[in-house]
Design a protein around this ligand. Structure first.
Ligand code: GFB
Length: 315
């Protein structure tokens, strides 16, 4: 990619897409194309083909998706499967038809079997049953990986797939029903502090282990891989993570410390735990020349500052 290359970021208003746009701008890429979902419905093949024919982007970051936490996945399984299949299939096919030089497809580490050995190596894909709470999303993302690989093989495209661990950071979704765990707990703990409550409720047992990568690191990794790596080096896909995990309980304690809430943490066992662990093996990622930079506590502080400046004042 050179600084004038036309780069399309699909999903530019989301957590990852907005971070990728910020990072590209920081690196002085000056020909970035974005469309809101009102301007371009990526589930509509005709609109997507028309957009690609008009714009002829050279590089595509496919960060648009229907995403959400454990409850959202359980509540909207049809949309998680249909929307994601349509979005990725339309963009990948239009990219091929319009000779896009390189496309980066974003998935998630929920693609792995629920009880896969840990840490998760890329070769563990499809070696066991998926985690039921996010099976629709996982199936869609697995299909996206397979589609990119099939296009590379049959058409000679250069479409690379990256599977990030749980992401967090500025521009995240803080809705308590549909969000991921970190932003949900940040909001709950902040509100418990402001409202001088005695306790904050955490879903599940607090025992599951999770790994968290700041979205600015994710954007840096995505641009790095797009700039420096080709499918032959990456293989079917590559994990993007820190290789470090903590329990949901420890996460809640970290958030309480950063936010300054000294009340009790109580657990709502009526809510699901989801998969017990999903720690990424980051050996391949490190061999490709990238590793994370933002430690969790620093990233949580950065995200809380953003939350206070951008979410709380608008309420
Ligand atoms: O981020 P999350 O919702 O989804 O995390 P996954 C769920 C874990 O956090 C479960 C606990 O163990 C929940 O019981 N948890 C505790 C909470 N309190 C809360 C809360 O207030 N809100 C939420 N959401 N969780 C996601 C997939 O799995 O991982 C997505 O569903 C995506 O599709 C994402 O793949 C990366 O980490 O379980």
């Amino acid at each position: 990619m050179d600084k004038h290359s036309k780069i399309y970021v699909a999903g530019h208003r989301g957590l990852v897409g907005s971070a990728i746009v910020r990072h590209l701008q920081t690196k002085r890429y000056n020909n970035i194309v974005c469309k809101t979902s009102e301007e371009l419905d990526l589930r509509n093949q005709i609109q997507v083909n028309q957009f690609f024919e008009n714009e002829k982007p050279e590089y595509v970051f496919l960060a648009a998706a229907k995403v959400g936490g454990i409850l959202a996945n359980a509540t909207y399984p049809a949309q998680f499967l249909y929307d994601n299949l349509m979005i990725q299939s339309n963009v990948i096919e239009a990219a091929r038809q319009n000779d896009v030089k390189k496309l980066l497809f974003l998935g998630s580490t929920c693609i792995y079997p629920k009880m896969a050995p840990q840490p998760l190596k890329e070769e563990f894909l499809l070696t066991g049953e998926l985690e039921p709470t996010n099976e629709p999303y996982a199936l869609a993302k697995i299909a996206g990986i397979k589609l990119c690989n099939a296009y590379n093989k049959q058409y000679g495209t250069r479409f690379i797939s990256v599977m990030p661990t749980n992401l967090y950071g500025p521009n995240d979704n803080f809705d308590l029903e549909t969000s991921h765990v970190l932003p949900a707990l940040m909001r709950k703990i902040h509100e418990a502090k402001i409202n001088r409550e005695d306790a904050v409720t955490v879903w599940g047992s607090g025992k599951p282990l999770r790994e968290f990568l700041h979205v600015n690191d994710m954007a840096d990794a995505s641009v790095y891989l797009m700039e420096n790596c080709i499918p032959e080096q990456i293989g079917d896909f590559v994990n993007i993570g820190t290789g470090q995990e903590l329990t949901i309980h420890q996460l809640a304690e970290t958030l309480c410390e950063v936010i300054g809430f000294k009340g009790e943490i109580i657990f709502d066992s009526s809510k699901p735990d989801g998969t017990p662990r999903k720690l990424t093996n980051v050996t391949k990622l490190h061999q490709l020349g990238w590793q994370y930079h933002i430690e969790l506590k620093e990233g949580v502080q950065d995200t809380y500052n953003w939350y206070l400046d951008n979410v709380v004042i608008n309420e």
